[in-house]
Design a protein around this ligand. Sequence first.
Ligand SMILES: CC(C)(COP(=O)(O)OP(=O)(O)OC[C@H]1O[C@@H](n2cnc3c(N)ncnc32)[C@H](O)[C@@H]1OP(=O)(O)O)[C@@H](O)C(=O)NCCC(=O)NCCS
Length: 258
Amino acid sequence: MIEIRPCSGFEELDACIRLQIETWGYDESDIIPRKVFLVTQNIGGQVFGAFDSEIAGLPQRLVGFAMSLPGVKFRCGEAPEPYLHSHMLAVREPYRNQGLGTRLKREQWLEALARGIRMMEWTFDPLEIKNSFLNIHKLGAVARRYLENFYGVSSSRLQGGLPTDRLVAEWRLDSPRTKAALDGRASAPLNNEGERIVVPASIYEWKNSERDRERARAVQLENRCRFQDAFARGLVVIGFTRDAEGNGIFELEPLHGE
Ligand SMILES: CC(C)(COP(=O)(O)OP(=O)(O)OC[C@H]1O[C@@H](n2cnc3c(N)ncnc32)[C@H](O)[C@@H]1OP(=O)(O)O)[C@@H](O)C(=O)NCCC(=O)NCCS
């Protein structure tokens, strides 16, 4: 039985910090401290935890969390729009691939909509095939911005020493695309104007091996150019699929509406 609910009290926030370190292997310079979690809870952000209450008699154990910060979007000629920047999502290794990451995002979605917030964003590494699948396919986010080496050098073990390039996921919370994705309905296939950008399944191995890291870097550089070029031409990442070998495929096309 996994319960998803807002974290409360120092103990539960400390558990988020421990899971953060366990997940990313951050050193001191990269850790988001408890104070920031506390502040975000008090200024309109979110800290949701996934708690395993299976073991009777023992306190609930944190096995996942999602943390977001409040922000405001300013667009020329429009009223400022409050939104959430979802900064972290983590699920403990043995609990992964059981839908918990999706449930945490769904909880963020529900709570934000209940407060009248219609937009959430976060950044993600376009070399991470699983995360891209989760963000674009399962949640229905789109991406049209590419940030080169966004965080600078990172101590995250998931980064494999590569530049911290990121796509920005835009999650329009009340859009038909989001609702369809959360209901498990697949998005329409690419039309003729569409393009594809591929991430080889071996990328995880390459990133983690001294010998093959240059191959991962080459994919990152090539895809960086392709994303930037496609975005400059008005294309948007609107779909993500996996082929039989586990390669990840971004699908881009012009986005009308939303
Ligand atoms: C990203 C993360 C939070 C996802 O949590 P999770 O509980 O495993 O997510 P879910 O089970 O809801 O969804 C994962 C989906 O990816 C799929 N998946 C698993 N491995 C995959 C792979 N190598 N390639 C593509 N998809 C993959 C799963 O099958 C599942 O889809 P399905 O439900 O349709 O079968 C978790 O993997 C994690 O903590 N990763 C490390 C930290 C991180 O990268 N955070 C995200 C930063 S944006």
